[in-house]
Design a protein around this ligand. Structure first.
Ligand SMILES: Nc1ncnc2c1ncn2[C@@H]1O[C@H](COP(=O)(O)OP(=O)(O)OP(=O)(O)O)[C@@H](O)[C@H]1O
Length: 303
């Protein structure tokens, strides 16, 4: 595919620290791919390697089949938001974008266009140093979009944003993917990825843990429990234990693991026990992610 990101045996070592460990993945166009991992998992390093800002210790990563430094028109091929604050604070939003545009042969009209796309046209003449984090994120995204690239990467774009800003970024990512672009967005929050991404690359300690659709990910790793209420709770507990269930009791309910809601219903009916509630409960996305990356957490999620 012309606009995929492909990593093969991608490895980056800093001294004796293995930041990225033998990664193999392909990021496909037409969908938002979430790059998910706890802090320190190697997400930013991987993105820096894609952009040629750092050289791999081993392996390769290509965009559209080429290494970044071999791209003829890099800004037209891949756009990225890595660090929203990485712009000259004394420059206005427009002059910041114009400076980047000029290095890539992009005209002034496109600068105005991307300012409009990210909703910054009214502050185009304001200095970037006066911008809130949300405005800086928008400016960073405008810069990424300047060359109208078919591949986009965003490193933790919703960090520090208010709910309106978060919704805006989610919609933008989806729209960009629907236009057929390749969109890779990193996050340490599974719940955020569930709302934004259709596909997931999960990493922990530099290693790939999962490369899967969101739904498949949950099906494979999700834990299910069932909340059950009945008048004859003690008798029901004995029946369920005999059937191999694991139980956690509350005063008026049981949390059942190891048997499905359907099986519980049948067992209860067979014993003539009337149920007043039978609610399957899938572990939250964050629970699944935490369990999966547990031994891969370096600094602790959210640290
Ligand atoms: N320039 C560097 N020199 C030494 N170690 C580094 C360097 N850059 C990253 N690391 C280390 O590599 C590991 C991966 O860092 P990276 O920033 O890629 O993780 P991340 O998943 O993006 O996490 P975060 O969201 O916290 O940035 C960390 O242990 C980090 O300390």
């Amino acid at each position: 595919m012309s606009n995929t990101i492909e990593a093969r045996g991608l490895t980056k070592r800093y001294g004796d620290k293995l930041a990225v460990d033998d990664l193999d993945f392909t990021v496909e166009p037409g969908r938002v791919t979430g790059f998910l991992g706890p802090n320190g998992a190697g997400k930013s390093t991987t993105m820096r390697l894609v952009l040629g800002l750092d050289a791999p210790t081993a392996g390769t990563v290509t965009v559209g089949g080429r290494r970044y430094r071999d791209l003829e028109r890099p800004l037209h091929t891949v756009g990225a938001l890595l660090d929203a604050r990485a712009c000259h604070p004394g420059r206005t939003a427009a002059s910041h974008l114009l400076a980047i545009a000029q290095t890539a042969g992009v005209g002034r009209a496109r600068v105005d266009e991307v300012l409009g796309l990210v909703g910054l046209e009214s502050v185009a003449g304001k200095r970037a140093g006066t911008f809130s984090l949300g405005m800086s994120q928008r400016l960073g995204i405008a810069a990424a979009l300047l060359g109208d690239p078919s591949v986009l990467m965003f490193d933790e774009p919703v960090n520090g944003l208010d709910p309106e800003g978060i919704r805006w970024i989610r919609t933008l990512m989806r729209d960009l993917a629907e236009e057929g672009r390749t969109v890779l967005v990193s996050s340490h929050l599974m719940s955020e990825m569930a709302l934004t991404a259709q596909h997931l690359l999960v990493i922990g300690r530099g290693r790939l843990i999962a490369d899967t659709g969101i739904e498949d990910f949950l099906r494979e790793y999700g834990t299910e429990s069932v909340l059950v209420r009945a008048d004859e709770l003690d008798r029901l507990a004995r029946v369920l234990r005999r059937a191999g269930a694991e139980l956690a009791s509350e005063t008026d309910a049981l949390h059942v693991h190891g048997v499905t809601a359907t099986e519980i219903g049948k067992l209860a009916a067979g014993e003539g026990i009337a149920l007043s509630e039978l609610t399957p409960h899938r572990g939250s996305l964050e629970d699944v992610f935490m369990a999966l990356t547990n031994d891969a957490v370096e600094y602790g999620v959210g640290a």
